[in-house]
Design a protein around this ligand. Structure first.
Ligand SMILES: [Zn+2]
Length: 239
């Protein structure tokens, strides 16, 4: 194969790998943020549950204090009833006993409802705690893994960028200009494989005579449709 053509193929491989590694490296902050945001959302759900539990417990304490007050009043009116000496005192005590009984009963009902709610919330919080801890360590593990991979990618990237310089400098002026121009025009793929009598990049059919020339690889031939430099890959199963 034409030496320049094989150089061009190699440069495109290097460039595609550089592009891929740069994308990997530059996407790290975005991936980190997405993961942290997702974790923060799950923490929020957990913290909301804990807040609901704290509120319910505070509510229950207040109701218990009120209940105690009503029970004391109830006892007082019961003893008032025993000591009643006239009709007025008697009916006042009866009325107050009735009012405090209703208050006691309603407080007790409320407290029971709250106890059920508290029990459910406690179970939910307890259930979520290990899950939360596991999720956090999974997040940390993932972050560490990405960070290691990016360090690795950065090292490969630096090596490839260093390798690229002598490769591109070894090209003739014309081939280099063609490569650079096509690379810009065709978003980093200035070369395309010719396979089964067509350009695999744009699907344009290649005349048999031209295809045979590409297969010989003696000179640089470009696609009539997309302008890419065409090459034949003997190992790629093309005919
Ligand atoms: Zn083409």
């Amino acid at each position: 194969m034409n030496a320049e053509l094989s150089q061009l193929i190699r440069i495109q491989e290097v460039d595609l790998e550089i592009k891929r590694l740069r994308e990997e490296v530059s996407s790290l902050p975005i991936r980190q943020k997405e993961l942290e945001d997702h974790f923060a959302a799950s923490v929020k759900e957990y913290l909301d549950l804990k807040q609901q539990l704290d509120d319910a417990l505070a509510n229950k304490r207040n109701l218990e204090t009120d209940l105690e007050t009503e029970q004391q009043k109830h006892q007082k009116f019961k003893s008032d009833l025993m000591k009643a000496t006239n009709e007025r005192e008697y009916s006042t005590a009866i009325r107050e006993i009735d009012i405090t009984s209703k208050a006691i009963s309603s407080h007790e009902t409320e407290i029971l409802k709250l106890m059920e709610k508290i029990e459910k919330l406690e179970a939910q919080v307890a259930e979520k705690t290990p899950e939360m801890e596991a999720r956090r360590s999974e997040v940390d593990r993932q972050l560490a893994e990405w960070s290691t991979a990016v360090t690795d990618h950065q090292a490969k990237l630096d090596a490839l960028v260093a390798d690229r310089t002598p490769l591109i400098e070894s090209l003739g002026r014309e081939a280099r200009a063609t490569y650079d121009r096509l690379s810009k025009m065709r978003s980093g793929t200035p070369l395309a494989e010719a396979r089964d009598y067509s350009c695999i990049a744009c699907r344009m059919t290649i005349r048999p005579q031209v295809f045979n020339e590409i297969r010989r690889g003696e000179k640089i031939i470009t696609c009539e449709s997309c302008g890419r430099i065409l090459y034949f890959n003997a190992a790629g199963g093309g005919q």
